[in-house]
Design a protein around this ligand. Structure first.
Ligand code: AMP
Ligand code: GLY
Length: 424
């Protein structure tokens, strides 16, 4: 098969690495890719939301399947674009339709969906500029901390958790009346605060059946001990010890099955990955958020723990035969530790030369934000490389990643030294 993978982060490098192992793969193209993805295929200088350029490339290169990494092209409707085009409609796109991608693209849509299908989630109400006063009253009747969520995509910054009522009201006003997050905050979801430990669960679905992938736990804060600003994710581990069979059965029965059945019942086309951001509240799983794609950096541990051929599974998704596919997991644990640019997630510099990548023998290095200048690899984003290792247990996997990190350097590099601290 000739596959085009869209995206340029660590998630896409991990997917490219996994696809490249498939006996069914004839050629892999990655648009736009990074200095790591070029090791597994051909990077193509096309942006992920340039649908016309993607179309021209798919036709010129006889691409048989498009795999979508990030949410942007999905929320903008790449699945629908392919289905509506007579020349493209026979080329499967792995990713939900525009409507289905609203599970990530609109918090209000996701909440209404969960209510309709009795999927456990925090209690909530949604407000607009016209109902600001009702929003204030709603906040007054809630207990701190107050959770305010911009309805639309806000580059991961749209969720505010505030302890003080006055401040929460001011932020609500800033979001609704002063467009703090632009259009994304023209509606705001106010939610009950849930207290517990989070984890990420992933499935792939062909719209009828589904397969659960290895679960993971992501470390989102910049600082050790989960302190400081939120980032895209500083590291991840898989498996997650507290996600035992009992808890996973609850997740499957109360969340995964109602979601997949609910999408079908609502006639919403979903063929692709569903990412359930979950929280464990006293042994009960609740949905914090849906994403319509894989997680990053979770994918950098999920793909290494997937033993089965990924392309077989994706073909099952494309042809509605996923139920006939077998899925096997790697027994070993996996961890990933993200090396980021100094200053991230605030201002940081790009273009730093990365050294030591060739001497890594006991880890996989997935490039997250890199570019190449001939043989030289340069940093090209806040998150730069994700260093993934296997181990018989998490301790051993982490020791390996940290030993590998000691050999990799670039100016200003930072990483958290305590990934997995709470589950070791
Ligand atoms: P989201 O963008 O929806 O994933 O939210 C970002 C982060 O805010 C989550 O990963 C949680 O840590 C936190 N969060 C979101 N909603 C809630 C909630 N209802 N209760 C507690 N924490 C939350
Ligand atoms: N690691 C969280 C995310 O991908 O949204």
């Amino acid at each position: 098969m000739r596959v085009l993978l869209l995206g340029s982060g660590g998630r896409e490098h991990a997917i490219a690495w996994k696809l490249a192992k498939s006996s069914q793969l004839e050629h892999l193209f990655i648009a736009p890719g990074n200095a790591g993805t070029r090791l597994h295929g051909t990077n193509v200088p096309i942006q992920t939301t340039d649908f016309e350029a993607i179309k021209a490339f798919v036709l010129a290169e006889s691409v048989n399947m498009v795999v979508v990494g990030p949410e942007d092209p999905l929320v903008k409707g790449i699945q629908d674009f392919f289905l509506a085009d007579p020349e493209l409609k026979s080329v499967p796109v792995i990713g939900p339709s525009k409507e289905a991608a609203q599970l990530e693209g609109s918090k209000d849509f996701a909440k209404i969906f969960m209510m309709r299908h009795n999927i456990p989630t925090a209690k909530y109400a949604t407000f607009t500029k016209d109902t600001l006063d009702k929003g204030y009253a709603f906040l007054e009747n809630m207990k701190a901390p107050y959770v305010l969520k911009a309805d639309g995509l806000a580059a991961g910054k749209g969720v505010l958790i505030i302890n003080d009522l006055k401040e929460a009201k001011a932020e609500l006003k800033a979001m609704l009346a002063d467009a703090k997050f632009g259009d994304a905050s023209s509606r705001v979801v106010i939610e009950q605060f849930l207290s517990g430990v989070e984890c990420s669960v992933f499935v792939i679905t062909d719209g009828d059946s589904y397969k659960i992938l290895p679960e993971a736990k992501d470390y989102k804060r910049i600082g050790e001990g989960d302190q400081g600003l939120n980032t895209g994710g500083m590291g991840a581990v898989s498996p997650v010890p507290f996600v035992d069979k009992t808890f996973m059965d609850k997740i499957e029965n109360q969340i995964i099955i109602p979601t997949v059945k609910g999408l079908k019942a609502d006639k919403i086309l979903y063929k692709g990955f569903i990412f359930f951001g979950l929280i464990n509240v006293k042994g009960e799983p609740y949905v914090i958020e849906y994403n319509c794609r894989m997680g990053d950096p979770e994918t950098e541990v999920v793909m290494p723990r997937l033993k089965s051929d990924l392309l077989d599974l994706l073909e099952g998704v494309a042809t509605n035969t996923l139920s006939e596919c077998d899925i096997q997991f790697e027994e070993r644990s996996a961890c990933t530790v993200m090396m980021v640019a100094g200053g991230y997630p605030e201002e940081y510099e790009k273009g730093k030369t990365i050294t030591g990548l060739n001497g890594i023998t006991e880890s996989l290095v997935f490039h997250a934000g890199t570019a190449s200048d001939g043989p030289v690899v340069l940093s090209n984003g806040g998150r730069v490389v994700a260093v993934t290792s296997y181990g018989k247990n998490l301790e051993i996997a982490l020791e390996r990643s940290y030993r590998s990190i000691d050999k990799i350097s670039f100016d200003g590099a930072y990483y958290r030294k305590d990934i997995g601290f709470d589950v070791r």
